[in-house]
Design a protein around this ligand. Structure first.
Ligand code: PMP
Length: 398
């Protein structure tokens, strides 16, 4: 009983700080209009940025993949789990991103979290290596850096001077700069061209986590690499496949030697069962859409919705940092107030995630609005109207 009581005390402490998280059960496919716990809702919290999770061609490809390859892979990639569909997916991804990388090769993973652990433990394997990590990086990059033997230096958000000074002072055997491209809770972009120039000057890797850029940025959806027109053999790129690509999984694309090192050495790659090959088969259909005319149209619609939201939201008591991506934060401040604003929207049938520490820094709890090409202008207006009204009447309603 004492064991359980000590856990319960921890849970109570979380509750007292408004930090308890709760899962809701979704009964319908990922789409703006959902049934949640039995109730119809309009959602602005999914990362399905292009609306591909419920796309008929992707669903059909998943069915076809299951018929061709079965339900599961049965083993890890280095035993018998590496299926033809995984191989084709990796070839397609390497060709897709090839214009931006030298001797490009890609490696697929079950999740982006694991891809980041694998990438950083492989590149930062030696104790005399150094990882330079941006302060707002995603948890999976932070955990990957912790798991690596390299020492870790954190530089402040978007502070190129601080990064330059750290690189200048370093005499590490391997230097690895790692950053989100689109910051997942703020929606802003890292200054990647300047960072790449610094990395090339100092012989450092530039590891880019493009979880929120792959598929959504660039004329062909090649993400931050295409958006900034980057090209270098110093680049190591991680893209996720459960967000804009609408299915699940992730990949690392880089010079073939980086990929070969990961296959040989990265424990989060080696010691886990490969994803079902049917997912890789479905992802080939997603990539057809992302790289084709339909993908371009979906990205254009998404950009129009981002501009529309910006125009509809009135200036407010709650701060809205500049973001030109599908991630549109509204900073509320306190955990409890962020939860109350989220609940106010929820009562109006609108589902927006309220994000609290440790996901974001203390006192910056926020609503994280995410837009998708599957939204309509009217739906975005509906959200903006509700948020404007909540804000206008906030003091009286509290
Ligand atoms: N990196 C970033 C920036 C992310 O936002 C996420 C997911 N939220 C991940 C990595 C992890 O990807 P996955 O969900 O595929 O594990």
């Amino acid at each position: 009983m004492d064991l359980i009581a000590s856990l319960d005390r921890k849970l109570t402490a979380l509750d007292e700080q408004s930090l308890t998280r709760r899962r809701r059960v979704v009964d319908t496919p990922s789409a703006p209009r959902l049934v949640v716990d039995g109730r119809p809702m309009l959602a602005f919290c999914s990362n399905d940025y292009l609306g591909l999770a419920a796309h008929p061609l992707v669903i059909e490809a998943l069915r076809e993949g299951a018929s061709l390859y079965g339900a599961g892979s049965g083993a890890s990639h280095l035993v018998s789990g590496h299926g033809r569909a995984h191989e084709l997916l990796e070839e397609r991804l390497a060709a897709f991103l090839g214009p931006h990388l030298e001797s490009a090769r890609a490696l697929s993973f079950c999740t982006g979290y694991m891809a980041n652990l694998a990438m950083l433990t492989a590149l930062g394997a030696d104790a005399d290596a150094e990882i330079f990590s941006e302060s707002l990086n995603h948890a999976s990059l932070i955990d990957g850096a912790r798991l690596a033997r390299a020492s870790v230096k954190v530089y402040p958000h978007a502070d190129l001077d601080a990064l330059a000074a750290l690189l200048e002072a370093s005499n590490a055997s391997a230097k690895v700069v790692v950053t989100d491209s689109v910051f997942s809770m703020d929606g802003d972009l890292a200054p990647l061209p300047q960072m790449l120039a610094l990395c090339e000057k100092h012989g450092a890797w530039l590891v880019i986590d493009d979880a929120h850029g792959f598929g959504t940025l660039g004329p062909h959806g090649r993400g931050a690499l295409e958006h900034f027109d980057l090209r270098s053999s110093n680049l190591v790129y991680m893209g996720t496949l459960g967000k804009a690509a609408g299915v699940g999984g992730a990949f690392v694309a880089a010079h073939a030697s980086v990929i070969e090192l990961m296959i040989q050495r990265a424990r989060p790659y080696i010691f886990t069962t490969a994803a079902p090959p049917a997912l890789a088969h479905a992802l080939l259909a997603s990539l057809d859409i992302i790289g084709g005319d339909e993908g371009a149209q979906r990205r254009a619609h998404l950009q129009a919705l981002i501009a529309h939201l910006d125009g509809e939201l009135t200036p407010s008591r709650w701060q809205r940092p500049v973001s030109t991506t599908a991630i549109q934060p509204v900073i509320i401040g306190s955990n409890a107030e962020a939860m109350r604003v989220g609940a106010g929207l929820y009562r109006r049938g609108l589902w927006v995630a309220a994000i609290r520490p440790p996901t974001v820094p203390v006192d910056t709890a926020r609503l994280r609005i995410t837009l998708s090409a599957a939204h309509t202008h009217e739906e975005v207006t509906q959200l903006a109207t509700a948020l404007n009204e909540l804000e206008r009447t906030w003091d009286e309603s509290q």
